[in-house]
Design a protein around this ligand. Structure first.
Ligand code: TXE
Length: 469
């Protein structure tokens, strides 16, 4: 059985403890992932600390070149890593699956390499000149989730190293192997200590985020863990970028052509089996269009091949883990028990954590499947009578990551979009993130933004040089 290891200061580091990782589609063993100890966390942070001053002293151009080399490594190893993602995480190779995740990882590496954040004159008169420089923070702790394990790790790693920080990354305990392999490959083109890993569950995440030598925390995960990380950061005062998932509402405006929007709505809700932070998790449809929208989504759902993602014909895979599988099943069972209409599509294999694609009708605000983040392939479709009521429904929860408005007329949609409380409101698309466009949550979905120039600023601190003339 293959044993995987952490990377610290450019070396492969063994741990005495391991956990076996299984394919969520087949139950097959993938190998042994390391479990770090708290002293391993200290060693990884020390390695990152040791490497940081020299890395920060390299020129901007050298760091850009290094990030370009990382993009090349990702491209060259795309198929190997995509297959590992499919076996470990479950998303299929095809469609918006693991090959797509690798393409996105390459794109989110190339774009920060191309961006510039030069010093900015913020004030000047006859007597003084004040220039704002962006300097690295130091050592970044990156805590990654299991839904898009490589892409989200890249979101955390690349801006950090591009701006002169060094990184200690902890992948999710559900999906460590593909991420550790990616880091092993990337480290062939980075100086020792710039990118290090530790592995394990929340205990190791807590040891990392509370370490006194951490200068910045990047976190994507649950709200509960986000709150723990804020508490942990009182030990190091590290600023945090917190991306805490959401419960995104989509509103279809009255009279919208259902066939024109069905595919966008479908993938908006079922991308990665719904295990995506900015997926449509509540769909609000005017009562006059309800049947047309449900029919259009049902037609698409029943055509989707479900199964092991290593088979290139499959477009829908399993849930990633038992915790998530049980959670989605429980929310659907609750809806069923409360008289909702459960519409299930697809033939589900006997092995693994597969669930049918599920549309849930005759459901209202206040029911658990609407109010709790399902993070899975079960979409509640709620009828509304007036737009004011739909907007109030969309805004009534604490979550505020994304939202979307769907309409034949984008101008009309815009008038509704500005009323929605979310970090991004999409029109006639959902979850359409882009490496140049800042992305982050409002309300309980977190704070801080990733991507683009704003994302680069978030891994730096301002330093003003003020000259008397
Ligand atoms: O998340 P956790 P889980 C949501 C989704 C899901 C729920 C629970 O609704 O059902 O969260 O998933 C690390 N200090 N999202 O339990 O625990 C952990 O090891 C530091 C939405 O997997 O938040 C992992 O690496 N780190 C989300 C990471 O935090 C800690 C993606 C995320 O795990 C820690 C994933 C601690 N005290 C789940 N405890 C999104 N925003 O897309 C755990 N971790």
């Amino acid at each position: 059985m293959q044993t995987y290891s952490n990377s610290v200061y450019g070396e492969s580091v063994e741990t005495p403890e391991h956990q076996e990782i299984f394919n969520p589609a087949t139950g097959d063993s993938l190998g042994l992932a390391p479990i770090s100890s708290e002293s391993d966390v200290g060693s990884a942070v020390n390695a990152a600390r040791k490497a940081q001053p020299d890395w920060a002293r390299t020129s901007d151009q050298e760091r850009r070149d290094a990030v370009v080399r990382v993009a090349q490594v990702l491209e060259e190893n795309s198929e190997y890593l995509a297959e590992l993602i499919t076996r470990e995480q479950g998303k299929p190779l095809s469609g918006p699956g693991s090959r797509f995740e690798m393409q996105a990882s390459v794109g989110w590496t190339q774009v920060p390499a191309a961006l510039e954040l030069p010093p900015e004159i913020v004030y000047e008169d006859e007597e003084r000149k004040d220039t704002l420089h962006r300097v690295p923070l130091g050592v970044v702790a990156a805590i990654a989730p299991w839904n898009w394990p490589l892409m989200i790790a890249i979101w955390q790693i690349i801006p950090s190293i591009r701006m002169g920080n060094t990184v200690v990354l902890k992948p999710s305990e559900y999906t460590p192997i593909a991420t550790l392999e990616m880091v092993r490959l990337i480290n062939q083109v980075l100086p020792p200590g710039v990118l290090n890993t530790v592995s394990g569950d929340g205990r190791i995440g807590a040891a990392l985020t509370s370490h006194p030598d951490i200068d910045k925390i990047m976190f994507t995960g649950s709200e509960a863990t986000g709150r723990r990380i804020i508490e942990a950061s009182t030990r190091n005062l590290a600023p945090i970028t917190l991306e805490l998932g959401g419960n995104d509402a989509a509103i279809v405006l009255p009279g919208t052509d259902a066939s024109a929007i069905a595919e966008g709505l479908f993938w908006g809700a079922f991308l990665n089996m719904g295990q995506t932070c900015a997926c449509i998790k509540r769909l609000y449809v005017h009562e006059s269009d309800y049947e047309a929208v449900v029919n259009a989504l049902s037609n698409l759902a029943q055509q989707m091949p479900i199964g092991d993602g290593m088979d290139e014909n499959n477009l829908i895979g399993p849930l990633q883990n038992k915790m998530q599988y049980d959670k989605v099943k429980d929310l659907v069972a609750d809806a069923r028990a409360n008289g909702c209409e459960i519409m299930e599509f697809g033939t589900v294999p006997d092995t693994g954590y597969f669930l049918p694609l599920t549309l849930v009708g005759n459901i209202r605000d206040g029911q658990r499947l609407v109010d709790e983040e399902q993070f899975g392939p079960a979409l509640p479709i709620i009828r509304y009578q007036s737009l004011d009521e739909a907007v109030a429904s969309a805004n009534r929860l604490d979550a505020g990551l994304g939202a979307s408005v769907w309409a034949d007329d984008p101008e009309q949609a815009q008038q509704v979009a500005v009323r929605l409380e979310a970090g991004t409101v999409w029109i006639n698309q959902h979850g359409a993130i882009h490496p140049m466009v800042p992305f982050g949550g409002n309300k309980a979905s977190g704070y801080g933004v990733e991507f683009g120039l704003e994302g680069l600023k978030a891994v730096t601190q301002p330093r003003v040089i003020s000259i008397k003339k």
